[in-house]
Design a protein around this ligand. Sequence first.
Ligand SMILES: N[C@@H](CCC(=O)N[C@@H](CS)C(=O)NCC(=O)O)C(=O)O
Length: 223
Amino acid sequence: MLTIWGRPTSARTQKVLWALAETGIEFELILASATMGPDGSVENGSKPYGIVDTPEYRAMNPNGTVPTIKDSDFSLWESNSIIQYLAMKYAPDLMYGDDLETFASASRWMDWEGNVFLPHQHTLVMNLVRLPPAERNPDAVENARQALLGPLGIIENQLARSPFIAGDQFTMGDIPVGMRVHRWFLFDLETPELPNLRRWYDVIRQRPAFLQHIADPALHLSG
Ligand SMILES: N[C@@H](CCC(=O)N[C@@H](CS)C(=O)NCC(=O)O)C(=O)O
């Protein structure tokens, strides 16, 4: 059986859990983290899940981050690479129409999520959710909100051209972008009209795998 080490409040773990649930394969989640535990963040005095500092874990993932998967003898880290592995091995039709160009297009949106959207959303997570209230910076929140309006417009324009982020069908590319957009709406910040993005969001949020691993606001808003 496939094993994933991670924590359900980690955005990168969530993406992989969503992908795993889409494929329908059986897997075991082992809770692991240096920064969070069952009672929340280490910043707020809670004990972490641990495991990530053990030699066994570091042998699989020298970064000591989550998520990591092990599938038979093969271990892998980097969340978007894990999703691409799962897609190719277990669900090529569902995850990219078993088509090279669709794979590349979806893969491009996954890189874009990490390179363009994530850094500003990380600022929002820290300053709205994770940091102790006295350390939060409202200017950083407003700057990050404004910095994300352009990327949200890029998603909106893409979804005006195609029903899903990489074309006519749901793909693995909808997973990272969908998770980020869900967080954006949960943070309840001032947002322009984004009719195509909202239409797509209303579709992807009905997916059973999304409902199971992404939907719950507590997974995104508890520090
Ligand atoms: N680029 C890596 C980043 C991994 C990463 O930084 N994960 C975060 C959680 S989202 C982490 O491990 N945080 C520390 C911890 O929870 O121990 C990926 O996408 O997998």
